[in-house]
Ligand binder design. Structure first.
Ligand code: ADP
Ligand code: G6P
Length: 472
């Protein structure tokens, strides 16, 4: 299919919205890709005539571009070596730890950095190929930070935005990166840079001043040795609240939520965790707190259960494999010590579920535990408050982007296990009227600031950059 220079709107993300799965019998299936970026962007892009440039999730394969409704999906090939060096190495073993407060140590390899540059160039070339004259190209996330500048060189006529779905680290951590200058210069190829929190945008601006000697005025950077100016500001992402609420209120999902409670033995309290199995999510801290509450006798497995859904993630990176062992060992220990006969204290589900099942789980849960040690936003928190009806409660780590907006949650510092235990108890024991009041406020917050609103705000900022857009 010829797609040369025909699309006015192009997005680039490491992953396409769908993952190509090749089964053992050779049959091929496309499934929704994991993670919050795809959850959010899939609903923004639905129904738009646009191109999405990204990887199919499989090494050594580059299917031809194909149409998914009005969206042209443009697969970018990655060899097995590039998957190991660009994706698992530089993106997820160098950048991810540095951008998440070094919860695990970062590893730097020159070979990984070289592969990152090579793959970013391929993405830039692919964007240059499909973008119409004067098009808007929206680049996403930490895997593609060199693309804006590379694309500007190839196509000075296009408008370039970049959005970071994860935190941007303080300069003291960012400065460790051997490719720190290349990243800052790469990003400064864009017209507008969007971040989850004002603190992330400030970290970026400070890095430009300290490491590039760039001048900044307010949220605008003067790009050194050019007459270009780039704006960097917070535009916090969200979810398709309307679509999800409709799904959660549908009869099949209501029924399924009831069924889940029955299947679990109608416990008085269902606690729920939903995460990619990632060390940033504070799953171990959450388990420790829950285990100790059972040990202390403040909770009983006879009437309280923790359902932990943990989708498999980045399983070839050592820190993720180690986390999986730790979590599974802990679940085993808690269940060994506390599960009643014929039931479990922790129900651990290490797989992905369809949207309907997730919505039913959110509806069924009395208390949602969102306890990351660091998270750019955390869409799970927003999904829970959108789906749940009645007196639910959200326990939310203050180290998430979502905590900036969801002020009526039960806030916690997951590092402080004693305080986390007390917060979980407070959420369980709060009077129904208080839980109702908090949930209503949270629900309103997310409904008013949904992902369509976010995309509108982002694109408006991009169009007017480096100036601020006029107030709506
Ligand atoms: P991240 O982007 O770091 O994975 P977010 O909380 O922002 O974290 O987004 C996670 C997204 O993945 C949410 O839309 C959530 O519903 C979805 N998700 C997480 N675990 C599963 C699972 N086991 N099955 C299906 N969807 C999942
Ligand atoms: C987070 C990142 C995304 C990433 C997703 C899933 O949401 O911000 O860029 O796609 O996690 O991770 P994966 O490595 O499987 O793509």
């Amino acid at each position: 299919m010829s797609s040369a220079r025909t699309y006015d709107f192009v997005i680039a993300a490491n992953r396409l919205p769908v993952d190509r799965i090749v089964h053992d019998d050779g049959s091929v299936e496309w499934q929704t890709s994991p993670g919050g970026l795809v959850t959010a962007m899939e609903s923004v892009m639905r129904g738009r005539e646009a191109a999405w440039v990204g990887w199919s999730g499989q090494p050594d394969e580059a299917p031809e571009p194909f149409l998914d409704n009005d969206l042209l999906l443009v697969p970018v090939p990655l060899s097995a070596d590039e998957v190991a060096a660009y994706y698992e190495g530089q993106s997820n073993d160098s950048l991810w730890p540095i951008y998440h407060d070094v919860i695990v140590p970062a590893t730097f390899k020159r070979r990984w950095a070289a592969a990152y540059e090579k793959v970013n160039r391929r993405f830039a070339q692919q964007c240059a190929e499909v973008a119409a004259p004067g098009a808007t190209v929206w680049v996403h996330d930490y895997q593609l930070q060199l693309v804006p500048r590379m694309l500007r060189v190839l196509r000075p006529d296009v408008r370039i935005g970049w959005f970071n779905h994860i935190p941007f680290p303080p300069v003291e951590l960012f400065a460790q990166l051997p490719m720190r200058h290349a990243i800052l210069n790469g990003l400064l190829g864009a017209d507008f840079l969007g971040f989850q929190r004002p603190a992330d945008a400030e970290n970026f601006l400070r890095a430009c001043r300290r490491l590039l000697g760039a001048r900044t005025k307010g949220d605008v950077v003067d790009v050194p040795e050019t007459d270009r100016r780039v704006r960097a500001a917070a535009v916090p992402i969200s979810i398709d609240a309307g679509g999800l609420a409709e799904l959660a209120e549908s009869e099949p999902v209501r029924q399924r939520a009831k069924e889940i409670r029955e299947q679990l033995g109608n416990p008085r309290t269902i606690l729920l965790g939903v995460d990619r199995l990632d060390y940033t999510k504070g799953i171990r801290h959450r388990m420790k707190a829950f285990g100790e509450l059972l040990d202390d006798g403040r909770l009983s497995a006879d009437d309280t259960m923790l359902v932990q859904v943990a989708s498999p993630s980045r399983e070839r990176v050592a820190a993720y494999r180690e986390l999986r062992h730790q979590v599974e060992r802990t679940v085993g220990n808690i269940n060994g010590a506390h599960s009643p006969l014929g039931s479990t204290a922790v129900s651990y589900l290490h797989r992905s579920f369809p949207r309907e099942e997730m919505a039913a789980l959110y509806r069924a849960a009395d208390v949602m535990l969102v306890t990351p040690l660091r998270d750019g936003m955390n869409l799970v928190a927003k999904e829970y408050v959108t789906c749940h009806e009645g007196p639910g409660a959200l326990v939310l780590s203050e180290f998430t982007g979502a905590a900036n907006e969801l002020r009526q949650a039960f806030r916690c510092n997951p590092h402080d296990i004693e305080a986390l235990k007390n917060t979980i108890m407070a959420a369980i024991e709060a009077p129904a009227a208080e839980r109702n009041r908090r949930m209503r406020a949270l629900h309103r917050q997310v409904t008013r600031n949904d992902v369509q609103h976010w995309a509108g705000k982002y694109l408006d900022a991009l169009e007017h950059a480096p100036e601020k857009p006029p107030a709506p």
